[in-house]
Design a protein around this ligand. Structure first.
Ligand code: MLT
Length: 307
């Protein structure tokens, strides 16, 4: 009998095409599926039917899946570490440039000049105003990378190619991850040491009990006032009340994040994108391929692999 995969949302078809159609049925509704494949859907424990043998998330974080309850029921939960790391790394590069140059302010200003039809007058106006949008170069600045897993280590490598100094901190650095890191990455002994010496700080941690609210008032207190904080990991890692207070007191220059929230939208010291870190064709294909392969391997051979 064909195995039934419940596909909950936004999964690239390239991944699903790897599952032979005569052996697998894929649909967005099944009363008793054999496995669940999902991306951002928030899965509740009570929605997981007794028939479910495995769950795969086409993405890195598993905070939308009740993992403890799955573990207690013997249901393995797969994710796709590294499959979208390149997409996130590239967005962090954009974030660094948005933090260092007057790109957004400059482009908003240019849009206000829409009614100036004379090119010479337009150029004259721009020349007179452009000093307002002067920035700084990233080369020679220090980037603090918090979390040195698949994404953090790629971000560190990218920053080195931009001529930045890189300082890393990981509360749970694995031996493999330590070997993968470029040797130019210096390790900070504490998070506070990393925060106090960085011009830019980027977060690449999962949501765990130990990481929720980890970026708190104590860390904002030691940041350099010209520094920028980038969060392309998860909203929950940053204590938002402490962040808003720190921005109000100008303890940091900018917060650049992939997670809009009502208290942050519209602030001139905040740049927000709508959780698009992994939203590229390539990342979606990579995640779906890895997740589909993991499910197939498990359903056919009982293998549990998270790669
Ligand atoms: C991730 O956890 O890898 C991303 O949040 C994936 C996504 O955007 O779906």
């Amino acid at each position: 009998m064909a195995k039934r995969i419940l596909k909950l949302n936004q999964i690239s078809l390239l991944g699903l095409d790897r599952l032979p159609r005569d052996e697998y049925e894929i649909a967005s509704e099944f009363a008793q599926p054999d496995a669940i494949l999902l991306r951002s859907h928030k899965l509740q424990a009570e929605d997981i039917a007794d028939s479910v043998l495995a769950i795969a998330r086409a993405g890195a974080g598993v905070n939308n899946i009740p993992v403890d309850s799955c573990t207690a029921r013997g249901i393995p939960v797969f994710n796709t570490p590294g499959a979208n790391a390149n997409a996130v790394k590239e967005l962090v590069a954009v974030g660094l440039l948005l933090g260092s140059r007057g790109i957004i302010e400059g482009s908003e200003y240019v849009a206000t000049l829409k009614t100036l039809r004379d090119k010479a007058e337009l150029n004259q106006t721009l020349e007179a105003q452009k000093k307002r949008f002067k920035g700084n170069e990233l080369t020679g600045k220090t980037l603090g990378v918090v979390g040195l897993g698949a994404i953090g280590s790629m971000v560190a490598e990218m920053a080195l190619t931009l001529g930045m100094e890189v300082v890393g901190y990981d509360p749970a650095l694995s031996v493999d991850a330590a070997w993968r890191l470029p040797r130019e990455v210096r390790k900070a002994d504490t998070l506070s040491a990393l925060f106090s010496r960085s011009d830019y700080i980027t977060l690449h941690l999962p949501v765990l009990e130990s990481t929720i609210g980890m970026i708190n008032a104590d860390l904002f207190a030691v940041m350099q006032p010209h520094a920028c904080l980038l969060n392309f990991a998860r909203q929950e890692i940053v204590d938002e009340e402490a962040l808003v207070a720190a921005l109000d007191e100008r303890k940091l220059r900018k917060y650049i994040a992939d997670f809009p929230s009502p208290d942050l939208i519209g602030r001139s010291d905040v740049i927000l994108t709508p959780h698009i870190g992994a939203s590229t064709d390539e990342a979606e294909d990579n995640c779906a391929i890895m997740a589909a392969d993991q499910l197939r391997d498990f359903l056919e051979s009982g293998n549990i692999r998270n790669s």
